[in-house]
Design a protein around this ligand. Structure first.
Ligand SMILES: *Cc1c(COP(=O)(O)O)cnc(C)c1O
Length: 455
């Protein structure tokens, strides 16, 4: 069995170029693990070893791996109609999914709802679509000078050039900076471990004032503000107060620019509500969803837009239309997978049940607080995160070349748990089907991984 696994690794490394990886680190510094199948919150290697998927395979998985209900929907749709282009043609899965998304989207009483759905294949493509729509809307209104996007500091929106332009994580952005569209980064509410609610509100207001000031001065050059609501995932699981979103919504309205919410990681229950925007009681003009949309089974994304945005593209001229397309836009099989995932949300009362699961996670995370080197444990719905800092001292950090995050990753893997730290930030973001026994294991393994990584 072991020999067979080694064979897979050798064959992989002969040809496959892995994402987000310094390939030189495989396999000695960074193990490469061939996976044969998935089962609930677990992944099973070709050698039969089991791994708890504590990061939901890059934050995509919701109901567990190889879920029979989603697998059946995929099989049924694939046998009936696997694909047809969505220009000039349509099909039930694309129509029904658009109806469902519009029905569940965040709403504000005094605003026209998000009523239009544009499909894409992945999160970055959805961000491209939203940015292009916002800019093109102003072009159609005779204002092509509005070519600046405002984004939050420490934000992440994907890896394609448009998405990188509005992302503020140097590791991904810096190399490509000369290629990128114009963006202004506005402060995110400051990180203040152990902050009281009042302190959080003050931080949110200070950051919102900065946005307001910028838009007051430069609003006539801006087409949209794009942000990850409540939780900046790739930016080290940084949470901020919903007050900032309420203030940003008001500022965008006051200065006549669009608010784009990137709910790609936060959507479908990850922050506790179906969408993070609900916790601020706001509705965006454009909303991007992807990752959890198909329950983590297949790649699909969607951009939701208001009728007011849609209608600015109706014209006799083709140039004024949104001519963006992808070959597989609105593929029937992936739409069927998304519909099946949304059925599970209702059938299994997922959002309601997650209330209890989030408490289970909180209780276990509390025990980590006693460990040395753990700082700023935070929770946002079904995400728990903390930083590894020498002696838990918030002001200091481990030397980068110690790579304590990587060491924690390797230690946890050897114990059968997939933790994939962001630098020295460790987090739990399991599929929602995770049970208490798995959470107990996760807690023990995390504690040991921290001890081994920092020894
Ligand atoms: C992952 C992510 C993206 C990019 O999605 P991909 O499918 O990886 O292209 C965009 N925004 C946020 C907030 C994300 O977490």
């Amino acid at each position: 069995m072991i020999a067979e696994q080694g064979d897979w690794v050798a064959r992989d490394l002969a040809h496959v170029w892995h994402p987000c990886t310094q390939m030189r680190e495989h396999p000695d510094t960074l193990p490469l693990i061939p996976i044969a199948r998935g089962e609930g919150a677990w992944l099973v290697g070709t050698d039969g070893r089991r791994y708890l998927d504590a990061v939901s395979s890059w934050w995509t998985n919701i109901h567990g791996h190889a879920h029979p209900h989603i697998a059946a929907a995929i099989g049924k749709q694939a046998a009936q109609l696997e694909h047809v282009m969505l220009a000039g043609f349509t099909h039930a899965p694309a129509i029904e999914l658009a109806e469902r998304l519009v029905a569940i989207a965040p709403k504000m009483a005094d605003r026209a709802p998000l009523n239009r759905v544009f499909y894409a294949d992945n999160g970055s493509s959805a961000v491209e679509v939203a940015l292009k729509l916002a800019y093109h809307w102003f072009v159609n209104r005779g204002a092509p000078e509005r070519n600046v996007f405002v984004a939050l500091e420490n934000g992440y929106h994907g890896e394609t050039l448009g998405a990188l332009a509005v992302g503020d994580i140097p590791l991904y952005r810096k190399t490509y900076a000369p290629l990128l569209a114009k963006a202004h980064f506005t402060p995110v509410p400051a990180r203040t471990p152990f902050a009281t609610t009042d302190e959080q509100l003050t931080a949110a207001d200070a950051a919102a004032d900065a946005l307001d000031d910028y838009l007051a001065q430069h609003g006539s050059e801006v087409c949209a503000v794009i942000v990850e609501p409540l939780l900046q995932c790739a930016g080290g699981m940084h949470t901020y107060h919903p007050r900032w979103l309420q203030r940003a919504r008001a500022a965008c309205d006051r200065h006549g620019v669009f608010l784009i919410l990137d709910e790609i990681a936060t959507g479908f229950g990850r922050t506790g509500t179906l969408f993070a925007a609900e916790q601020a009681g706001i509705q965006p003009d454009l909303m991007c969803v992807s990752k959890g949309l198909t329950g983590g089974s297949l790649p699909l994304a969607a951009v939701l837009a208001t009728d007011a945005i849609f209608e600015a593209f109706l014209d006799d001229s083709r140039e004024r239309a949104f001519l963006h397309s992808h070959s597989y836009t609105g593929n029937p099989v992936v739409c069927a997978a998304a519909l099946a995932s949304l059925e599970l949300f209702e059938r299994d009362e997922v959002i309601h049940r997650n209330l209890q699961r989030a408490v289970s996670m909180r209780e276990r995370a509390a025990s980590l607080r006693e460990l040395p080197h753990v700082a700023d444990i935070r929770q946002c719905g079904m995400v728990v995160a903390f930083d590894l800092r020498p002696d838990g001292d918030w002001q200091s950090s481990f030397a980068a070349d110690r790579r304590v995050g990587l060491r924690a990753y390797r230690s946890a893997l050897a114990q059968g748990v997939v933790l994939r730290p962001l630098g020295d930030v460790l987090y739990w973001m399991p599929p929602y089907c995770v049970d208490d026994d798995a959470l107990d294991l996760l807690t023990d393994v995390t504690a040991r991984a921290i001890r081994e990584a920092t020894a």
